[in-house]
Design a protein around this ligand. Structure first.
Ligand code: ATP
Length: 377
């Protein structure tokens, strides 16, 4: 578990330290106080861009009038019984594009963070996850896949890179001069391989997530029946092997060349897949649900994700930004009880401490204000 967190020139924090004494930490304070910034800092203990999808320079603190962000650092001390591990991330020079990761003082590959922590988060942006743009939903789902299957990130980024190159080739050619077919063949071969790997990982993750959701049938959270659209995912779902799926993608891409060139967009392939969800109780698409219903579905999905990560070597930590908002009293109490029962470390934010009243005496309440963090009581 995380025992302490230190922020240096990170977002709105010049210097702040939080000693963590409980499994559940409640961060409360007015709008703009820095609650989400703190969750974002914790979300950086996994590879990638963190909870806001921000770049490293954006995260450096800027005083009014300063154009660029400063060098910044986020550090945590983890304890596991007797053992202590120090994790750190940040940039050493202002504006540096890539954050570096340190584990026990040594520079390490970001992927190694997964040996220590697996942050999982839910943000208010996800309140309309199921009625939002497809691309956002797929990104959300890919992150769930990646948390248990780190290779998935590499497949998705290899696929996206080849997809961009293919589109450039299709659209850059001079009028009447078709793109080099051999080059397109090579790119589509690569797209097939990377796309098949991504589709298979998605399909496998969907099955374990659905099983985890089904295993949580006795909770006061709505259940979702999940699905994935997309030919490659459908093939993976019925047990097709990587070669067959790759070939299917490659053929589809080859067929789609003229259409993609004319549209200036890539209209075929597993980047167009989507996560679907049916609100089981109501037997209606989740997309039709209210914000509160969608939020409860997403939280159930996140809790199912935590459940399926339980057997991983590194502990999941749960980051919930404004989770109690939109939840009725019954679901709010159930959420708190469940987090405690899961025995995991959770950080939750809200503008009012009262929203977390049932947790008094059971959680650490931290007031966030004026760039400082004050533990109460
Ligand atoms: N790079 C930066 N440097 C300095 N301040 C920043 C930087 N990035 C964001 N901020 C400031 O951080 C504040 C937002 O903090 P945050 O989003 O954590 O608030 P919050 O407590 O979650 O608020 P809310 O309750 O409204 O969600 C804003 O005042 C913003 O100007």
């Amino acid at each position: 578990m995380i025992q302490s967190l230190t922020l240096t020139d990170f977002r709105s924090y010049a210097a702040a330290t939080l000693s963590i004494a409980a499994g559940t930490v409640v961060l409360h304070g007015p709008n703009g106080a820095g609650k989400t910034n703190l969750l974002e800092a914790l979300s950086l203990f996994t590879p990638g861009k963190g909870l806001r999808g921000a770049t490293a320079p954006e995260m450096g603190r800027r005083e009014p009038g300063e154009s660029g962000g400063r060098a910044w650092a986020v550090a945590a001390v983890l304890t596991d019984g007797e053992e202590e591990t120090k994790l750190g991330t940040g940039v050493q020079s202002p504006g540096a594009a890539r954050r570096i990761v340190r584990i026990d003082g040594e520079t390490a590959q970001p992927g190694r963070l997964l040996e220590h922590l697996r942050p999982v988060w839910a943000t208010p942006e996800q309140d309309r996850l199921f009625s939002d743009a497809r691309a956002e939903r797929l990104k959300f789902f890919d992150r769930l896949v990646f948390a248990a299957e780190p290779d998935h990130a590499a497949s998705v980024s290899a696929y996206e890179k080849a997809l961009r190159e293919r589109l450039r080739l299709l659209t850059d050619g001079a009028e009447g001069q078709p793109a080099d077919p051999l080059w397109l063949d090579a790119l589509e071969l690569r797209l097939g391989e990377a796309g098949a790997a991504a589709a298979m990982a998605r399909s496998a993750a969907l099955a374990t997530l659905q099983a985890a959701i089904d295993g949580r049938g006795d909770r006061p959270f709505p259940q979702a029946d999940l699905g994935l659209t997309g030919e490659a995912e459908a093939m993976a779902g019925v047990g097709a092997g990587p070669e067959a799926i790759a070939e299917g993608i490659r053929e589809g891409m080859a067929r789609s060349r003229a259409r993609d060139a004319a549209a200036g967009r890539s209209l075929y392939g597993p980047h167009r897949s989507d996560l679907t969800a049916l609100h089981r109780e109501k037997n209606r698409p989740a997309a039709e649900g209210s914000s509160g219903e969608q939020k409860a579905l997403v939280l159930n999905l996140i809790l199912a994700q935590i459940a399926r990560l339980a057997d991983q070597p590194a502990a999941p930590i749960l980051l919930l930004d404004e989770a109690p908002a939109h939840l009725d009293t019954r679901r709010r109490a159930a959420l708190f009880d469940e987090i405690e029962a899961l025995g995991l470390q959770a950080f939750m934010t809200g503008t009012e401490a009262e929203l977390f009243e049932p947790l008094r005496g059971r959680a650490q309440f931290v007031r966030v204000e004026g760039g400082g963090l004050t533990t109460e009581g």
